[in-house]
Structure formats: C-alpha cells, structure tokens
Ligand binder design. Structure first.
Ligand code: IMP
Ligand code: MG
Length: 178
C-alpha cells in the first residue's frame, strides 16, 4: 500500500486561526505573567507562530514527551524525556500542544505540571481529534476540530516524516503500489 497525502488545512487557514487564538490569549492574559510550555517536538511550529502573534511578550519553555513509536500507533505509555526548567509555582501556565487524540499525553502532562503548583494551568491545542478520546482533558483553546485520520505537517510527523510541511495533510492509503 502506498500512502497519499490530502491537504486539509491551507497555510492561509492556519495563519488566520493562529491570529484568532493569539488575540483571545492576549485578551485573556493581558497584564498577567504568562509562561507557555510547548510540547516537543510536534508543537514547535505552532508555538513559534502563536507567540509571535501575541500582543505582549511571554516566557517560553518546553517539555518533551514520548508516547508514540515510529508510526501511527500510540504505545499508551508516556515518558518525559525533557522536563520543564522554568519555576512554575504561582505562575500562569499555558500548555501548547499540537494535537490531542486519546488524551493520554495531555492528561499525563497536566497532572505532572500541577505538581509544580502553578497559579493557573490551561491548554491550547492546535488540533482536537475527537474520535478516539479515552481520557477527557479540558481544552481551553482549540485551533481546529478534526474528527479522524492521521495528520502530518505544521510540526506533526509520521515516523519523523512530513513535519516541516507548512500545511496540514491527512494520510490516506492509496491502495497497492503499481
Ligand atoms: P494522545 O495521548 O493519543 O492524545 O497523543 C497525542 C500525541 O500523539 C500528540 O502529541 C502527537 O505527538 C501524537 N499524535 C496523535 N495523533 C497524531 C496525528 O494525527 N499525527 C501526528 N501525531 C499525532
Ligand atoms: Mg505531541
């Protein structure tokens, strides 16, 4: 089977939505001291676009979590391979994630960051993939809702492929290769 890619979100649609999210976040956190925590690797492009569209400077940190093997299947087990380095106690913290699928990754990260006793902890997720949710996680800002499919581009990868594409694509099995 070969795999084809179908573009589902254009650069323009992404840019417009990122601006809308940044405007809302700017309004909600105006005058407050915000730390944004990007989840590596997938969220690095979304986070970079989002922070540059905000109306004030924020502090940025990263965590790296691993839940997927090399392909499209979650291993179900989540490990932190890079933890936050910024003190979060009594600070306003916003997690920035690429995509939520089963919900296991964000649920794990949320509980982990809560042990640092932030003043507030919210989640901004670029894509909410609703179909397979196993654990409910509160999503405060959502870029797009996509029912199903495995998506690549704009930071999202499949086995490290297609991460740097500027649009979002759904992978489709195109049938036997000829
Ligand atoms: P969850 O624990 O199933 O919610 O896993 C979410 C994580 O799996 C995301 O941070 C992504 O790294 C990865 N993931 C889930 N769905 C996709 C997808 O469609 N494309 C690329 N990565 C995905
Ligand atoms: Mg991720």
């Amino acid at each position: 089977m070969s795999t084809r890619k179908r573009c589902i979100l254009s650069r323009e649609a992404i840019a417009q939505r990122v601006t809308e999210l940044a405007d809302r976040i700017s309004q909600d956190y105006a005058g407050r001291d915000l730390v944004m925590i990007g989840v590596l690797k997938g969220a690095f492009i979304f986070l970079a676009d989002l922070v540059r569209a905000l109306k004030f400077p924020v502090e940025v940190d990263f965590v790296r979590l691993k839940s997927y093997g090399s392909g499209t299947q979650s291993s179900g087990e989540i490990v932190i391979t890079k933890d936050v380095e910024t003190p979060l106690k009594d600070r306003e913290v916003l997690i920035v994630e690429d995509i939520v699928d089963l919900g296991l990754t964000l649920d794990f990260l949320r509980k982990h960051l809560l042990t640092h006793h932030p003043r507030s902890l919210k989640i901004c997720c670029f894509i909410d993939k609703g179909e397979r949710r196993q654990v409910e996680v509160p999503l405060d800002y959502v870029g797009f809702v996509v029912e199903k499919g495995f998506l690549v581009g704009y930071g999202l990868d499949c086995g490290e492929q297609n991460r740097t594409l500027p649009e979002i694509y759904a992978l489709e099995n195109a049938g036997p290769e000829t």
